[in-house]
Write a protein of this length. Structure first.
Length: 367
């Protein structure tokens, strides 16, 4: 008996489920002790003459038989534990960690992480994916609807002729350290092959919007007073598998005088009606915009020298000028609804394709 117990201890002490083994092992010991006590009881009964030798032998045999059956069942269960654990998926033994395997493991985990972050698959309006933008992880599905994509149906060319950064100001005329202005001059052409008219109105909800990555689930947007009163606001939409804030432009002539009296903030001059588009609609074959008379200017004294100013838009953008990434600028068919789930994407000028770069960047006074 002692040799069997020693063998079991030596053989199964290292199995994964030690608790199960210990319970079975202790049960075997208890049964052996019970059998020993039963034999002593029978022997004592015989010695005091309380029972006949025949009755004592019969009682010993009856109890010993039951204990022996239980002992064998528990021993069998004890032997089956490691076999069960060996077949279990959780019990697969990990290989010994070597420097090479640790390095390989790190590479594998990094590849898996990158793969998850760069996943672009989607199975609903809110895709299951994680993207990396400026070193921060952005979970998708934070309430960004997917607009209908009409770029194949509408041949619309959207160009940024010039752009620049400028400080944003509070209503009191002081610089706001948490906002900046982005001024752009646009050119828009609806190609002859387009199948529909396109609205270029900036009335609420504006069809033209600046896109910046959705790094947070809220946006600290503080536009000038007239723009705020107009009621339009940034909204998060899913564009080409990226969650972006679609920021409306400042309304026309939203002027703030600087506190020191040195000047004013930049304002939007969006007047397609002055270019023959009174209905704010571009039909196939129509265009607006003027990319002339900007290069080489050093003064803003004469507006006539700066080309056509009636497609200039100013956006108030949350963040610091040198740290806020720009995704691009887009035109949506908003269907007159504030709900972006009802919008359609018409055109997109992407930053990664040169929408905003050093070649078309100019000083604010030059356009």
């Amino acid at each position: 008996m002692a040799s069997i117990l020693s063998f079991l201890l030596r053989e199964y002490l290292e199995i994964e489920s030690r608790f199960t083994f210990y319970v079975l092992f202790c049960s075997v010991i208890v049964l052996n002790v019970a059998e020993w006590l039963l034999r002593r009881r029978v022997e004592n009964s015989e010695s005091i003459g309380g029972r006949s030798h025949k009755n004592a032998a019969r009682e010993e045999k009856r109890y010993s038989w039951r204990i022996d059956i239980l002992y064998k069942l528990l021993t069998l269960a004890l032997a089956a534990v490691p076999i069960f654990l060996m077949d279990s998926p959780e019990s697969v033994q990990a290989p010994i960690a070597t420097p090479e395997s640790v390095q390989q493991s790190d590479v594998t985990m990094k590849e898996k992480g990158d793969s998850v972050r760069k996943s672009s698959g989607q199975d609903s309006v809110q895709p299951v994916q994680i993207r990396t933008i400026k070193g921060g992880y952005l979970p998708a599905g934070i309430g960004c609807p997917l607009p209908n994509d009409l770029r194949d149906e509408v041949n619309l060319m959207l160009r940024v002729y010039w752009w620049c950064h400028a400080p944003a100001y509070t209503e009191e005329g002081y610089s706001d350290p948490n906002q900046f202005q982005l001024k752009v001059r646009l050119g828009i052409e609806n190609g002859l092959s387009s199948k529909r008219d396109v609205s270029i109105s900036i009335d609420r909800p504006s069809a033209i919007r600046l896109l910046i990555p959705c790094l947070t689930d809220s946006l600290d947007w503080r536009p000038p007073p007239l723009t705020r009163e107009a009621g339009d606001s940034p909204t998060c939409v899913l564009v080409d598998d990226q969650n972006v804030w679609a920021i409306p432009p400042d309304v026309n002539d939203d002027l703030i005088k600087l506190a020191d009296g040195s000047g004013y903030n930049h304002i939007s001059h969006w007047h397609p009606e002055y270019l023959g588009q009174d209905d704010m609609i571009l039909s196939p074959g129509e265009r607006i915009g003027d990319d002339s008379k900007a290069d080489g200017l050093t003064s803003a004294a004469d507006l006539s020298e700066r080309g056509n100013i009636y497609t200039d838009l100013v956006f108030t953008v949350p963040g610091m000028t040198d740290s806020t990434p720009l995704y691009g600028i887009a035109i949506f068919d908003t269907a007159g609804s504030d709900d972006p789930a009802k919008w359609s994407l018409i055109a997109l000028c992407e930053q990664e394709k040169g929408c905003f770069n050093e070649r078309n960047k100019a000083a604010p006074s030059m356009f």
